[in-house]
Design a protein around this ligand. Structure first.
Ligand code: NAP
Length: 516
């Protein structure tokens, strides 16, 4: 049995103590084991603070960008191998696996280009210089400087490649060494990427703890950054972690999200905007078996279109095979773990008690190509909420699986924005309309509750990646329930790993300091 090693202080070490099994969620076969006990984590942090930090500090943004580019290349070069691991260990269809692995490589490439653009500068200008003295000679300039510490990256199980790469890309180009901790259940992909990274990154720049976090966070100190993606319960424990609080460690949280999709009253389902809406809902429900933090969970539909939308979703979902994700004809694989399956089933049961079935009942399914009784399968489920009691459940619980609930409304843009707000903060919500006035009213009221608003319309339909795709050029993160964090968004994503400092002095000196 393969035992996955951690990569700490320049050494691969399998750890000791109790072992956890990594399984194929379609067959339940054990693929590998991990153990994260017995590691000298203090030495790993010291290695990052000394060797890693030194190796990064002597490089410019452009040179660090080149490292991100080199990593993108080796990840792309190992694409087939990584896809196979994601299919086996993540329950991903090939399409799901590509979304994760290619998304990771693309994000690294985006930051490689950004680094090249920032050139030889060591500081980044934040805004324009200002005059703070009596004459233009005395100026002020805000700058971003790379933080001197360690970036600890804790990732969720659903995107082992993209999660590792998107956080690493930002920290690397900004100039901070990283200790990554992938989710245990799907660690095979992340483990392989770290092996690939070892061939292109200087020592100490990327270390990786495979297996449970244990005492990892007990070693954080002033100047460090913890970037977390996962459930809100775990996020809560991090917010109050003694060392994070004691040292004022910067903490970025990406947590649960009750993303909404809103169909505006001007949209006919037979038109381009209506088709985009249906395609986006179906894609978000089924891609990665609904295990996407950005997936549409709540679907707000004009009362008059409720039946039509239900019929259209039913028709589309009924045609998608659920089963062994290694098969080409399968569109929906299993969820990643047995715990995840139990969680999704409990969520559906809670929902089923107060909503009506539109499609899929409570998710019972006979998966294709799978030994009877094996695997963590749940079929796509659409429910309809028609009562305040139902809304209370829909607006309170994220079901991290192929489940969405349709809610009727009267078509009012202000109500639609209020509905988005009832999720108490989301990563992304979408509205589908070709009526600019409706869109304007919706955006103004919904924007404070969403990290990103996706505005579906006929003009952009042919080019749209859908609301579920987090793009490196746009912010990923959201307020409230979604954790309050911000990642990506071009240079903004690097700012988590940099300190903003206001400089004041001779204006010509300030200018020279931010010159590339
Ligand atoms: P999770 O159980 O919270 O785990 C997330 C990560 O935290 C894993 O690496 C986990 O390690 C680690 N962890 C658990 N307890 C910890 C502790 N006390 N100290 C330090 N690390 C700890 O979440 P999950 O089940 O992997 O992911 C599903 C959730 O993530 C969903 O709720 C989803 O909405 C959310 N998510 C959010 C985003 C976003 O960008 N906002 C993206 C993806 C997923 P182990 O695996 O070893 O337990």
């Amino acid at each position: 049995m393969q035992v996955l090693a951690s990569y700490l202080a320049g050494q691969w070490s399998p750890g000791s103590g109790a072992r956890a099994a990594l399984v194929n969620p379609a067959t339940e076969a054990v693929l590998a084991e991990v153990s994260s006990g017995g590691h000298d984590l203090a030495s790993a942090f010291l290695y990052a603070r000394t060797v890693g930090a030194r190796n990064l500090a002597k490089l410019t943004f452009a040179e660090r960008g080149a490292l991100a580019g080199a990593l993108a290349k080796v990840v792309s070069g190992a694409r087939e191998e990584l896809l196979a691991l994601a299919i086996a260990n993540g329950g991903n269809t090939r399409g799901d696996a590509k979304f994760d692995v290619d998304g990771g490589a693309l994000t690294l490439s985006h930051y490689a280009e950004l680094g090249a653009k920032l050139g030889a500068a060591r500081l980044l200008a934040d805004g324009e210089p200002v005059q703070v003295g009596r004459t233009a000679r005395m100026g002020g300039q805000h700058v971003w400087a790379p933080r001197r510490g360690v970036a600890v990256h804790i990732n969720a199980f659903n995107f082992p490649a993209w999660g590792l790469c998107e956080k690493l890309a930002c920290a690397l180009v900004a100039g901070m060494p990283v200790i990554a901790k992938p989710a245990t259940a799907t660690a095979l992909v992340a483990h392989r990427i770290v092996q690939l990274a070892e061939t292109v990154l200087p020592p100490g720049v990327l270390q990786c703890l495979i297996g449970p976090a244990g005492a990892l966070l007990d070693h954080v100190a002033a100047g460090d950054v913890v970037a977390f993606t996962g459930g809100s319960a775990t996020a809560r424990t991090l917010r109050t972690h003694a060392k994070i609080v004691e040292h004022g460690v910067r903490l970025n949280l990406e947590a649960d999200s009750l993303n909404a999709a809103v169909l505006a009253p001007d949209v006919e389902l037979t038109g381009e905007t209506g088709a985009l809406f249906l395609a986006d809902v179906v894609r978000d429900m089924t891609q990665k078996t609904g295990q996407k933090c950005t997936a549409i969970r709540r679907v707000l539909v004009p009362k008059a279109r409720l039946g039509e939308v239900g019929d259209a979703l039913r028709e589309r979902l009924a045609g998608l095979a659920v089963g062994d994700p290694a098969r080409e004809d399968v569109r929906v694989g299993p969820v990643a773990t047995s715990a995840q399956l139990a969680d999704v089933r409990a969520g559906i049961a809670r929902l089923a008690a107060v909503t009506d079935s539109v499609h899929g009942g409570t998710g019972e399914v006979t998966p294709v190509g799978v030994v009877a009784g094996k695997g963590f399968f749940v079929g796509p489920v659409v429910r309809a909420a028609n009562s305040p009691a139902a809304l209370a459940v829909v607006n309170a619980h994220e079901i991290f699986g192929p489940v969405a609930t349709i809610v009727p409304y009267d078509g009012d843009a202000a109500f639609a924005a209020h509905f988005v707000a009832q999720g108490e903060g989301c990563l992304v919500s979408s509205a589908y309309s070709d009526d600019r006035e409706w869109v304007g009213g919706f955006v103004a009221a919904a924007a404070p509750w969403a990290g990103r608003l996706y505005l579906g319309s006929a003009k952009m339909a042919a080019q749209s990646p859908g609301p579920g795709t987090a793009l490196p050029s746009l912010l990923h993160g959201g307020p409230g329930r979604a954790g309050g964090g911000e990642e990506l968004g071009g240079e903004r994503g690097m700012q988590l790993y940099m300190q903003r400092c206001a400089l004041e002095g001779d204006a010509s000196v300030l200018k020279s300091l931010v010159a590339g």
